[in-house]
Design a protein. Structure first.
Length: 173
């Protein structure tokens, strides 16, 4: 397994969000989906997107981790060769994109209901259900494909300058 944190040190925003991008090559590692979840959970925690209490942000973080796990599982189960996991946080629209590259040109397909069961067949259905959007991009020249899914997080509540809380527009009492 190889872990890379691409960093752009030219701006203060890039330094503040240095954990916004991650690339992992899942090759010859035990339990690649579990490894992917662990690494992404660390990234989400460093970005402040994995609160310890149950709240909308935590539920979306859990959705993102399950989507990543399904994408990695599908790539490892249905292809051979190295799998690359890339993740990126986009603060401008509060979205987290998970992309998985594998060397197979075969496109993912939802399993028919008759093939779903105790041992799988729900992967793409879960990705469709839990992500805000997903897509597949073929790489005909290089071979393989990238499957990407985006999970949007709830926007952080805005506070007006100088106020510590309380109702907006309340009477001055």
């Amino acid at each position: 397994m190889c872990l890379h944190h691409p960093r752009d040190r030219r701006t203060r925003t890039a330094r503040r969000l240095r954990h916004a991008r991650m690339l992992v090559v899942l090759e010859s590692c035990d339990r690649p989906a579990q490894q992917a979840r662990r690494l992404l959970a660390g990234q989400l925690a460093r970005l402040g997107l994995l609160p310890s209490t149950d709240c909308p942000e935590r539920r979306r973080a859990d959705d993102a981790l399950l989507v990543a796990s399904e994408l990695v599982t599908n790539a490892c189960r249905h292809t051979s060769g190295p799998t690359r996991l890339t993740s990126c946080w986009y603060p401008e629209d509060q979205s987290f994109t998970i992309s998985v590259f594998d060397p197979s040109p075969d496109l993912p397909r939802p399993a028919p209901e008759a093939e779903r069961g105790e041992h799988g067949g729900y992967g793409i259905h879960l990705v469709e259900r839990l992500s805000d959007r997903w897509c597949v991009v073929s790489a005909p020249g290089a071979g393989g494909k990238t499957v990407s899914a985006t999970v949007t997080f709830p926007a952080a509540p805005r506070r007006s300058a100088g106020r510590q809380g309380g109702p907006v527009g309340g009477s001055g009492g």
